[in-house]
Design a protein around this ligand. Structure first.
Ligand code: CP
Ligand code: NVA
Length: 305
């Protein structure tokens, strides 16, 4: 594997398959009560510029359960907030830590960190991507469907950071991905072009959610206004009204289709209250699997030769 995980294009299909297998194995071992010590004595720094419940806690617990120690760093409490250059911070933190997970706004800032750091850097979400989320979501799909090959995955909603990581996953793994987004809210053109140029899998962007979910095995949605877009929330609610994932929309998909959401959800907006509270536990398994996948990612990066 490469030193850093900044986008899913940093991984090959074989890297991803190894991560899926290992995450599923680590999950089974955890359920059997097996204690892991693989990353004993190792430290992970988590620098977060945006809020987080799942990603932060799942990375922290992942490392603790592998024998290591996470250190949460609120960048406002560090000299980053007083303009210490990123390259200096990255060099210094590389002397203390074994790995860094960063959640921030700018992908360029993250990449600057990774260039200057001598330790692995993980993208824990930027405005452009959320690669660890989609890796754990694919793990969940494998658990429910037995694999990801030949499945139709329908994204319904905003062409945002999570959708970009799905686009990269499609190009890396050869997925059949259809994204239904309102015009003006399509995924980033450069990200889409790069993925299409790879020429693997099928990636289509349309604006009709019903067409997108026809025969879909997986329906995926996310918030209409991401972190940093709070001021657009009211306007976006009007634009995205027809893009709610609800029982009526799901009716057009395959009978055994699963509905996924990375969370946090706005019930009654991108997903109906009814679907959130349906007896199908997929969304909660998705959240749990973030921890198991993060273990596999940390192990792979922190024991990389
Ligand atoms: N899905 C996800 O990344 O959630 P958090 O924002 O709570 O980390
Ligand atoms: N698109 C969302 C994902 C949250 C996990 C956001 O960036 O806020």
């Amino acid at each position: 594997m490469k030193k850093d995980l900044l986008t899913l294009l940093d991984l090959t299909k074989s890297d991803c398959d190894i991560l899926f297998k290992r995450a599923i194995e680590l999950k089974k071992r955890r359920k059997k009560g097996i204690r892991e010590t693989l990353l004993s004595g190792k430290t992970l720094g988590l620098i977060f510029d945006k809020p987080s419940t799942r990603t932060r806690v799942s990375f922290e617990t992942a490392l603790i359960q592998l024998g290591g120690t996470p250190i949460f760093i609120n960048s406002k409490d560090t000299q980053i907030s007083r303009d210490e250059p990123v390259m200096d911070t990255a060099r210094v933190l590389s002397r203390y830590l074994d790995c860094l997970a960063i959640r921030t706004f700018s992908q360029d800032l993250l990449e600057g960190f990774a260039t200057s750091a001598t330790i692995p850097v993980i993208n824990a979400l930027t405005d452009l991507y959320h690669p660890t989320q989609v890796l754990s979501d694919l793990m969940t799909i494998i658990e429910y469907k037995g694999g990801y090959e030949g499945l139709k995955i329908a994204w319904v909603g905003d062409g945002n950071n999570v959708s970009h990581s799905w686009i990269n996953a499609a190009a890396t793994l050869g997925l059949d991905l259809v994204l239904a987004c309102p015009e003006g809210y399509y995924p980033n053109t450069a990200i889409l072009k790069r993925a299409l140029d790879i020429g693997v899998g099928s990636i289509r962007v349309i604006s009709d959610p019903i067409e997108a979910v026809q025969e879909a095995d997986v329906i995926y949605t996310d918030v209409w206004a991401s972190m940093g877009q709070e001021s657009e929330h009211i306007a976006r609610k009007k634009v995205f009204k027809a893009y709610q994932v609800n029982r009526e929309l799901v009716r057009h998909a395959r009978n055994d289709a699963i509905v996924m959401h990375c969370l946090p959800a706005h019930r009654g907006e991108e997903i109906s209250e009814e679907l959130m509270d349906s007896p199908l536990p997929v969304i909660w398994d998705q959240s749990e699997n973030k921890m198991h996948m993060n273990k596999a990612i940390l192990e792979a990066l922190m024991t990389n030769p």
